[in-house]
Design a protein around this ligand. Structure first.
Ligand code: FAD
Length: 610
């Protein structure tokens, strides 16, 4: 089989063309260097396109009381204080400028009656904070970034999958990729690389992600020696579609609850009132009357001074509540909960949530202006990822930067809705800037070891040459089913140990998959190549989840149901490969939060001794 490859040279290559990758590439190219962006999906089909509800930024347009300090506080609190406070501060301070910049580049956000960027409520945000475009915010952000990007001279390689990163003398030096359309091989030599490959949620059977979310970016970084953090924290969004089975997992935006959607069980009870955690008791309504009053004030445009409805608690809390109602035998007809927005004016629902209206009408024959939706938890986002320097986004591998969902730090144990889109544009910009500055002072491209290139090419072509192996789709299906059942929303030591054993067996099976049929448009081949990453990423989640013997944010242990603030409250898991290629785990901690920032946080939550 033809092992020829084409070699390309760029000062900076950005892997991934979602919000983080595009923003990084735009920034890097403004430094007058050669920049390429490479993406396994088509340009315009990054995951970011699917984002619905909005991007969080303390613009204070809907409520003048909002500020970066409150956004910082909400992010830290939502992340159960495991986030990197430096990233949370930078994010809260810079997000408003990044939104305004998008507007200058042509993004058409929804407007308030006086013409300001409109903002909506979302779980865990004290004030209406999400700049949005109906329920298609990601689409408009990607459209805007692409339009800006094509005028900057960035070279685009779409439908190319990166297989392996290379390091030379401890510094990143390039990678091997293949073209998914014609199967051709490509070696990229780059002075600096930005990893913006998004998330991992396709490792679960019920998820809101699309086909590209196989965690390859996480695995690429791990394989080249980068440190990974917080991989036990996976967000199960409380409201995915659950019926009919063919659409299970597809997201129902939190915007529905932000616009007043109410959750109830099979007995018609608005159960979220029973699940308000102590740390949020002050901020959330006790009674239905109080909650309705708040929503009425918000709808009429008044400042809502009262406590928010409990449906606007953070996602981890709402997802676990729906799960608990199901366990108690009070699930909706198909095993979830009812989410009802039909009490609001029909035209308003269609105007504010057009995507949701069509999604339910077309996929489930449910008219959400008249009927309740049925919803249940769906794997949605990974808080864990590649560890980065908070100020430059450089990973622990020299010359390799990471941003967006591929990176970790900002969200701690649980991400607030809307904080991802703002994360992409804040830290995508920073990653692009620092990668470009560093590339400018790097004179030469580093040599890449030929044996490593040859080895990667052999491994890439191997599934095409094996004739009687297992179908890779079956291995992927079994992996996703196993992760759903054993590393899902509720975990135990027994299940996690079983998961790690199962992953070893799946790894053996994966070595013998075959995908004959040639290199042109061969989806079986693509899938055979993705499994290795899916297995290692799943292993990171299971390993970190096994070791954290407490429940916090996106990690719930049935055998350790309570957060253990003294033992686990300030330490973040770190996973890397040891010199023998084994996956090892230990713990790190961020520097102490300075007093002037601590003053913005809720003292009781910090569990500090006087
Ligand atoms: P992506 O946008 O996923 O881009 C990743 C890129 O990497 C793609 O171009 C992909 O092709 C490429 N790639 C991956 N692997 C490889 C490889 N091996 N080789 C080459 N290229 C590769 N967040 C919010 O803040 N607000 C919301 O309202 C919101 N709504 C959401 C709704 C849905 C349905 C979903 C699924 C998520 C939502 N999120 C939301 C989360 C948010 O959309 C994502 O976290 C975010 O878009 C991730 O952006 P990214 O740039 O990191 O990655």
């Amino acid at each position: 089989m033809d092992k020829q490859y084409t070699t390309h040279h760029y000062d900076v290559v950005v892997i991934g063309a979602g919000g983080a990758g595009l923003r990084a590439a735009i920034e890097a190219s403004s430094h007058d260097i050669s920049v390429a962006i490479i993406s396994k999906s088509m340009l315009g089909k990054a995951h970011t396109v699917m984002a619905e509800g909005g991007a969080a930024a303390a613009l204070s347009n809907k409520d003048h009381r909002d500020s970066w300090q409150t956004h910082f506080r909400d992010t830290m609190k939502g992340g159960k204080y495991l986030g990197d406070w430096r990233m949370a501060q930078i994010h809260a301070q810079q997000a408003p400028d990044r939104i305004r910049e998008l507007e200058q580049w042509g993004a058409v956000f929804d407007r308030t009656p006086v013409g300001l960027t409109n903002q909506r409520n979302f779980g865990g945000h004290t004030y209406p904070r999400l700049a949005h475009i109906g329920d298609a915010t990601g689409l408009e952000i990607i459209r805007t970034l692409q339009q800006k990007g094509v005028h900057t001279g960035i070279e685009v390689f779409m439908e190319y999958t990166v297989r392996k990163l290379f390091k030379t003398d401890g510094h990143i030096s390039g990678f091997l990729a293949y073209n998914r359309q014609d199967g051709s091989l490509h070696l990229f030599k780059a002075k600096k690389i930005v990893l913006a490959t998004g998330g991992i949620t396709r490792c679960w059977e019920v998820c809101s992600g699309s086909w590209e979310y196989t965690g390859e970016g996480h695995a690429l970084a791990y394989w080249i020696g980068a440190e990974m953090g917080d991989m036990e924290f996976v967000q199960f969004h409380p409201t995915g579609m659950i019926w009919p089975p063919s659409v299970k997992g597809i997201l129902v935006t939190e915007g529905v609850r932000g616009e007043g959607g109410m959750l109830s069980n099979s007995e018609g009870n608005r159960f979220m009132f029973d699940y308000v955690p102590e740390m949020y008791r002050e901020e959330f309504a006790d009674t239905e009357e109080e909650a309705l009053e708040w929503v009425a004030e918000v709808i009429s445009g008044k400042l809502a001074t009262k406590r928010r409805p409990p449906e606007l608690l953070t996602r981890d809390v709402v997802a676990k509540a729906i799960n608990s109602e199901r366990e108690a035998g009070r699930a909706s007809e198909h095993g979830g909960a009812y989410l009802d927005i039909s009490w609001r004016d029909e035209d308003e629902v269609r105007k504010k949530l057009p995507g949701m209206y069509h999604q339910f009408m077309e996929l489930a024959a449910v008219d959400i202006t008249k009927q309740a939706m049925e919803v249940g938890p769906t794997a949605h986002y990974v808080m864990g990822g590649v560890k980065v320097d908070p100020y430059t986004q450089e990973t622990t591998v020299l010359g390799l930067y990471a941003a967006g969902e591929a990176a970790t730090g900002l969200h701690g144990a649980n991400r607030l809705g809307g904080n991802s889109l703002s994360d992409l544009i804040v830290f995508g910009k920073i990653a692009g800037e620092y990668a470009a500055i560093a590339a400018k002072s790097t004179l030469e491209y580093l040599d890449i070891n030929q044996e490593e290139i040859d080895f990667t090419i052999e491994a890439t072509l191997a599934p095409l040459l094996r004739l009687d192996g297992e179908n890779p789709a079956k291995v992927v299906e079994d992996l996703r089913h196993m992760m759903q059942n054993k590393v899902g929303i509720i975990r135990t030591e027994k299940l996690l140990k079983e998961a790690l054993d199962d992953l070893d067996k799946l790894e053996e099976r994966a070595k013998f998959t075959s995908s004959p049929g040639g290199r042109v448009y061969n989806p079986g081949w693509h899938q055979a190549l993705e499994i290795e990453a899916m297995i290692d990423v799943s292993r990171m989640c299971a390993l970190a989840a096994l070791h954290r013997e407490e429940s916090r944010g996106g990690h719930t242990r049935d055998d350790f149901p309570i957060p253990d603030h003294q033992k686990w409250g300030k330490i973040n898991s770190r996973i890397k490969q040891d010199e023998n290629g084994n996956m090892v785990i230990d713990y790190t901690t961020y520097p102490p939060i300075p007093d002037e920032l601590k003053a913005h946080l809720d003292k009781d939550d910090l569990h500090e001794e006087e």
